[in-house]
Design a protein around this ligand. Sequence first.
Ligand code: FAD
Length: 340
Amino acid sequence: MNNVFVYCEIEGTTVAEVSQELLTKGRKLANQLGVDLNAVVAGTGIKNKVEDQILPYGVDKLFVFDAEGLFPYTSAPHTDILVNLFKEENPQIALLGATVIGRDLGPRVSSSLTSGLTADCTQLEIGDFDDKKSGKHYDNLLYQIRPAFGGNIVATIVNPDHRPQMATVRSGVMQKALYEGNAKGEVVYPDVAKYVPETDFVVKVIDRQVEAAKNNLKAAPIVVAGGYGVGSKENFDMLFQLAKELHGEVGASRAAVDAGWVDHDRQVGQTGVTVHPKVYIACGISGQIQHIAGMQDAGIIISINNDPEAPINKIADYVIVGNVEDVVPKMIKYYKQNSK
Ligand code: FAD
């Protein structure tokens, strides 16, 4: 049986969180299929530095490609590593982060192998498929689930005939967890020159600037998010005040970002950040599917909306029907009073 592969991204010698999230998901898929979970990582000076960040997620076999020129990432050598490795190993599933690197690498690998690729999946599952056209039945395909047609439908995409079934997933969409079962944990260090021709190293990265994240939205335990119903940039200050009191972070809908009330890096949803806070307070947010995609796994959802029929109220645990500008100052006032 062919295995599940995860491409692990690194920054120096640090494995990206999105890769660990994908390893966790990959392990579950491999268990369902009764196959191994394999991982591949490529960089410079990473031997004995990355293994401990990858194996605990339940990896049976890890391929570490360590050579000069493999970090910082450039397209050609990483593409050849995956293409040539996948030709040898024939994985049935290959997962990558929907990051700048994954978005560059995934399509190059899938087009070289003439397999399919579904970008930005929000769920991955195993299931059967009956092809009505050919009358063929397929067992155990990867359901690559994501919003499609501008978010109006949630599509389940399958790739019955070509391998690997490739998907990218954005950071934060899957949850990472160390594996509690037993995995083989084998590590191999292939000869990079066998996979990557010298001509792949023509591009040299001369300088890089890595910007630190401006907020902690992704990891915040409490998110106070504002939508178009907040009404103005000034009103957003109230949300920042409430978030400060609660030791949380401010998020926003795309409508609020587009209105220029808050920076884009605070956008929650399909084309923003995915968050899993303990508490999500949605202020003046209607709850369109593209927004919900980024926050539906929050522990408790509180909606503040002057429309009792707002779609977000259907997934909210608590609904406060009222105007943001009336409710939020009261929340700040009473929280301050009661938390002393
Ligand atoms: P609205 O839909 O206008 O809702 C405003 C809400 O505020 C209403 O429910 C209203 O009842 C309420 N309200 C009004 N006044 C008040 C008040 N004074 N007090 C209390 N409540 C009030 N959106 C995202 O958020 N994230 C994404 O990542 C994202 N990606 C997208 C990707 C694509 C391809 C597309 C097509 C769209 C995407 N969108 C995304 C946009 C999305 O479809 C919605 O347009 C957007 O989420 C709406 O934002 P909103 O809920 O703030 O605004």
